[in-house]
Design a protein. Structure first.
Length: 234
């Protein structure tokens, strides 16, 4: 039996790793599918929870609207940042990934921004603008990769739901036709695989709500960094 690992899901490679899985409890969904198969009833593919209903005609599983990319003007009142060569400033280029990283607290990021501003010299405003341009670019890029990862994950769930439906129908037929010990043993293995796949589906479905918060968290971080930089621009 192919027991797919469920304790880590990569949303994108190589930077993002998902939130750890919830315990693989025997769910009502798993029991319902299994009972349906045992009774020889056609099993329906599991439906996502209401909190993770996809938008019509798309693979987006989140209740939050899918916004493809952030707009700097939504959070930044300073000079335009589009097309700025922020990587040409070595100090800025070194600080940007630190500020963009979610492991850096906003308090720590603010302190590092203040220190940078004090050392920025007469071109402080221009260099702080470069700093935000870099952070915004990094966060926007990371956020886009997460969006793509969520949609790939949604497609995997759709594929798994279809496989569960096929497995449940096949199990119902196998149980009904099983007369020898060998056939009964094969049906038992099919039953185990069905339950395992259903548990994986159910557990991953429970994770969707939490994972859908990731783009929101990044957007909030971009706002916070923008505010911290603007506070020291004058």
């Amino acid at each position: 039996m192919n027991k797919t690992t469920t304790n880590k899901i990569n949303w994108e490679t190589p930077m993002i790793s998902a939130i750890p899985c919830l315990p693989l409890a025997r769910s009502r969904l798993a029991r319902g599918l299994l009972i349906g198969a045992l009774l020889g009833l056609p099993a329906l593919a599991p439906a996502p929870t209401a909190a993770a209903s996809p938008q019509a005609g798309s693979l987006w599983p989140c209740i939050q609207p899918r916004v493809a990319s952030l707009a700097a003007a939504q959070m930044w009142a300073g000079p335009p940042v589009e097309g700025l060569a922020w990587r040409d400033d070595d100090k800025v280029a070194g600080l940007v990934p630190v500020l963009a990283a979610r492991r850096t607290s906003i308090e720590d990021a603010s302190a590092q921004i203040e220190a940078f501003a004090k050392e920025a010299g007469p071109q402080k405003k221009e260099r702080l603008t470069l700093l935000f341009a870099g952070v915004f670019d990094q966060i926007n890029t990371l956020r886009s990769r997460i969006l793509s990862g969520i949609e790939r994950y949604s497609q995997h769930q759709i594929d798994l739901a279809a496989r569960i439906k096929e497995e449940s129908l096949a199990l119902a037929k196998a149980k009904k036709a099983a007369t020898t010990d060998e056939e009964k043993t094969k049906a038992a293995e099919m039953e185990k695989q069905l339950l395992w796949d259903t548990r994986i589906y159910d557990t991953r479905t429970q994770q969707v709500t939490a994972v859908c918060e990731s783009p929101v968290i990044l957007e909030q971080r971009a706002f916070a960094i923008a505010r911290a930089i603007q506070n020291v621009m004058e």
